[in-house]
Design a protein around this ligand. Structure first.
Ligand SMILES: [Zn+2]
Length: 124
């Protein structure tokens, strides 16, 4: 995820009472990003939303295949083509967006398909 987007996510999740923390984050976010985010919020829209299974969680419309691929493959700042809010990828299985990526771990290509233990016991 793009670092500025991560900061927007952090800021978006702060409670309204944490204004000091919000101000500190705002100072680190590029002004252009912040201006667009604030415009969206002023229109009572979500400023930033996760994309789960290719669906923007602000407008609940499916992203185009190319937009979804771009979001998945690049750590870039991206906007929803429909509602215009900032979007970031979030897999449905993940509890949060900050799960570390393992990249090129040497065992990754040796990994066999995982079969749940319960199923292995049934196959005799
Ligand atoms: Zn949207």
């Amino acid at each position: 995820m793009h670092p500025a987007i991560q900061k927007l996510v952090d800021m978006d999740h702060l409670p309204a009472t944490a204004s000091a923390q919000a101000q500190a984050l705002r100072a680190e976010i590029p002004a252009e990003l912040l201006a667009h985010y604030d415009r969206l919020k002023a229109r009572r829209k979500k400023g930033i939303a996760p994309v789960i299974d290719g669906t923007c969680q602000s407008c609940y419309l499916h992203l185009s295949t190319s937009a979804a691929a771009r979001l998945r493959d690049k750590d870039d700042v991206d906007l929803c083509e429909n509602c215009g809010c900032y979007i970031y990828p979030l897999r449905a299985a993940e509890p949060s967006a900050v799960a570390p990526r393992n990249g090129q771990s040497p065992s990754a290509h040796q990994r066999k398909p995982t079969i749940p233990v319960a199923n292995q016991q049934q196959v005799v």
